[in-house]
Design a protein around this ligand. Sequence first.
Ligand code: UD1
Ligand code: CA
Length: 457
Amino acid sequence: MSARETIGALVLAAGKGTRMHSDKPKVLQELLGAPMLRYVYTALDPLFGEGIWTVIGHKAEMVEQAFAGEDRNFIHQTEQLGTGHALQTAWDELVESGLTHVLVINGDTPLLPQPRLINFLKESLTSNADIGFMTLTLPHPGLFGRVVRHLGDVAAIIEAKDYDEGLHGPEPREINAGIYLLNIASVTPLLKRLSNENKSGEYYITDLIGFAVEQQMTVTGVDCGNDPHLLGINNPAELVRSESLLRANLVMEWLDQGVTIHAPEYVRLGPRVTLEPGAVLHGPCEIYGKTHVSRGAEIYSNTWIKDSNLAEGCVIHPFSHLDGATVGKDCSAGPYARLRPGAVMEQGAKVGNFVEMKKSVLGVGSKANHFTYLGDTEVGTGVNIGAGTITCNYDGVNKHKTTIEDYAFIGSNTSLVAPVCVGKNSLVGAGSVITKDIPENSVAVARSRQKNLPKKC
Ligand code: UD1
Ligand code: CA
């Protein structure tokens, strides 16, 4: 980029996405747990920083909400009259921002690889293009806009619905990817000419290409072969096709970094997940959000993990579900563990099968091995929690806290009715319902005495 060019980016994201058959706007549809638009921003942010605008319209408030706190420039297109109209809606703001060029990208093209974007910008700028755009050549061009060339030079883009072989010649397999670089000064007079007299009754951004050619402007179609990363997403089948591609790419990248991934074809990793070399995963498993897995941690099959931190040497056994959990060094969880937001396991702690933790800390070396619920609970060091222990943290209105101090021993099938504290080194007899605090070094038994009566025959 030379010093005289100021390039911004405009994401078109106002459309309904009718073909997704969903209540969510299309750009919020998720691939590996992150919305489509997030990926577009990930590609654009490092290049354009604050110079990114997004046209939103259909369910705009949901889109704004999804990116709240990020200081994004949103432009509202109140009626969705087509991609050309979306551009017209944003135009004045782009001009007033002093841009010389704008990269326009359809918000439904989330996998755009950044190196490809950089090459495209370079190629369009070095050819001094008034309009540059990316093209693909596909065996089945489907509903994409057709790129018409005369003697190799771009003549127009004709939308699939409007393509007439009689009028436009044999149908080309070269299509428009929906990513453009527009010279603002050149395009300004063309924008007014857009009309909606076509099969869709919409204003098409793609008509600008024909207008520019008519005006003998420089139009560069940058050939991107058949790169599947550039395919737009319009329906559920295309969504999962792109998601599969992304999944395979991400897994491959982590394998190359030195993470051991068994059955990699069945492993799904979100884009913000970080794995250290030496972490071990067993497919099938799913890891999303801001999860971090340290070296030597091992995650077995059929686990689902989100926004969790897994320290060195910990083991997550099959069928466990972790959301917002912190698992310390050398801990072990599962099989069938459920760690909900705020669950913290400190070094060497253990939770076994059918144990649920929520907003609770299990201290160093403490164990809850079978059928337990720990909610709003603080457990100290070296505590043993017997099978079937339940913290009764909710009285129907408020949540209350349970404290179990160091080295306490909770007998099986105990209910701890919060707020309550089990003192250090104390023991609770099996089957107790504990409603009062237990001092240190005590034995508490709270169950009816057993009677043995003679049997009447
Ligand atoms: C568009 C192109 C087509 C190209 C394809 C590439 C047009 C007319 N056609 O078709 O040539 O091959 O992309 O994927 O542009 N949008 C708005 N406001 C609107 C309408 C749409 O912001 O009023 C946004 C949508 O949210 C979407 C993007 O523009 O992110 C593209 O719209 P879409 O309807 O998906 O266009 P395609 O039919 O795929
Ligand atoms: Ca599309």
